[in-house]
Design a protein around this ligand. Structure first.
Ligand code: ARG
Length: 458
């Protein structure tokens, strides 16, 4: 019989019991549920609501239950509906009346909100660790290849040459912002609903500040209705996960392109590739594709919870039971994606030669040649047009800007002199971009030092 069965004459059927249960999802929060119960019962004893002996029996019983759950020996039963009633009913079977007093001044509504906040605080912290690990890996890879020049793209067309290290570093900054978002989500979860009871607070002299301190929360939630119905903290966490997954999907999309025969910029390690069951030659970037694909599901988790919360009246409604599965999925998925991406990046081979070969195509020196003329006094728009003509000439001849003679240049503008050769050399072009945040070698070094510093302080 359910713990709440007093006013019922009939039980729900086997199917509805299973349909209504959340145990398969919320059993992951067993440690938080036990921590919440320990804090609650200790506080009840402190306030004289239950006896010290009862609190002691509860603490002993809960410690034993925790051990059994961890040893996978706990008698879980779907008829107990959720982790809260699973633990409480087994505790009560074992310690009798003391167990029955644990729920004094408490409701599953504040209990589940408390467990979920504790759990997600922990998960956000773990995600932040995994985030740091991936940033470290990207930074190391960039440091291992400080000079490789690759095409920089806009519209996926060759634009201007950039350092591979600069390109990779761009992702460390996205991930650094994701770290901040995860930290903000952790902070949002860091408030204590316990003591709100079902919705209105309680007549027992509960000390909510004591449980707040015992559970390591920053503050008690000041409104009991808000305490049991607020799930913003989950939206914040899933949003943070979604944005980071989107960043990973962009990284992976590039890795997939770069490891294709058309690019050949990187070679994925065999351990991060898969073959084909029919085509013997195939080596596919499956894991990068999977990360790219999983981002869709995580964004779906965000949409799903937003829709669940839309128009939901105060206070607790069973709809809220749907909150945990998506949030847990988003956190688990992002954690795995971080780990997989770090492994992929650490083990991939960077083919600087292939990058340079591609960088030579597409007249990527054109902007610098135009700047050369502009610096000699020609208005930039005119310089732009003159270099456009030179590009056209190259297209007609099927050659690159570096293959034109000085005479070709001078036919277009008498301002060209022999030193134009310096503007056609890709490493020189790259190195010249010395402004803060630019792709020049020196600027990238500054950026790497900053990223390193932030990694250490995060
Ligand atoms: N399993 C429930 C959930 O996850 C716990 C709270 C249930 N409260 C209630 N009044 N039915 O939301």
């Amino acid at each position: 019989m359910a713990l709440w069965s007093g006013r019922f004459q009939e039980q729900v059927g086997e199917f509805t019991q299973r349909f209504g249960a959340s145990l398969p999802v919320d059993k992951k929060m067993y440690a938080e549920d036990i921590a919440g119960s320990l804090a609650h019962s200790a506080m009840l004893a402190q306030q004289g609501v239950i006896s010290a002996q009862d609190a002691e029996a509860i603490a002993e019983g809960l410690a034993a239950i925790r051990g059994e759950i961890e040893a996978e020996e706990f008698p879980f039963d779907i008829n107990n509906e959720d982790i809260h009633m699973s633990i409480e009913s087994v505790l009560t079977q074992r310690i009798g009346d003391a167990g029955k007093r644990l729920h004094t001044g408490r409701s599953r509504n504040d209990q589940v909100a408390t467990d979920t906040r504790l759990y997600m605080k922990k998960r956000a912290g773990q995600l932040m660790e995994a985030n740091l690990e991936l940033r470290r890996t990207l930074l190391e890879k960039a440091q291992q290849h400080p000079d490789a020049v690759m095409p920089g793209y806009t519209h996926l067309q060759h634009a201007q040459p950039v350092l591979f290290s600069h390109h990779l570093m761009a992702y460390t900054w996205m991930l650094a912002r994701d770290f901040e978002r995860l930290a903000a989500a952790r902070k949002a979860a860091d408030a204590n609903p316990l003591g709100a009871a079902a919705l209105a607070g309680t007549t027992y002299p509960l000390d909510r500040f004591a449980t707040t301190q015992a559970l390591g929360f920053a503050r008690p939630i000041p409104n009991s209705l808000d305490a049991v119905s607020d799930r913003d903290f989950l939206l914040d966490l899933i949003y943070a996960c979604s944005v980071s997954c989107l960043h990973l999907s962009r990284l992976c999309e590039e890795l997939i392109l770069w490891s294709s025969s058309e690019f050949g910029f990187v070679t994925m390690a065999d351990s991060y590739s898969t073959g084909s069951s029919i085509m013997p030659q195939k080596k596919n970037s499956d894991f990068a594709e999977l990360i790219r694909g999983k981002s869709g599901r995580v964004v779906g988790d965000l949409m799903a919870l937003m829709m669940t919360l839309k128009s939901l009246p105060l206070a607790y409604n069973k709809d809220l039971q749907e909150d945990k599965e998506g949030a847990m999925d988003a956190a688990d998925t992002l954690e795995d994606c971080y780990r997989c991406a770090a492994g992929m990046v650490a083990t991939m081979t960077v083919n600087g030669g292939a990058m340079m070969a591609q960088a030579k195509k597409g007249y990527m020196a054109a902007t610098d040649v135009a700047d050369y003329l502009a610096k000699k006094g020609l208005p930039f728009r005119q310089a732009h047009e003159a270099v456009g003509h030179l590009v056209l000439l190259c297209e007609q001849r099927g050659c690159g800007l570096e293959d034109l003679t000085l005479e070709d240049f001078q036919n277009e503008s008498p301002l060209f002199e022999a030193d134009i050769a310096g503007c056609l050399d890709l490493p020189v072009i790259v190195a010249a971009r010395t402004t803060y945040g630019g792709t020049g070698h020196e600027a990238v070094k500054v950026q790497m030092a900053e990223a390193q510093q932030q990694l250490e302080s995060d």
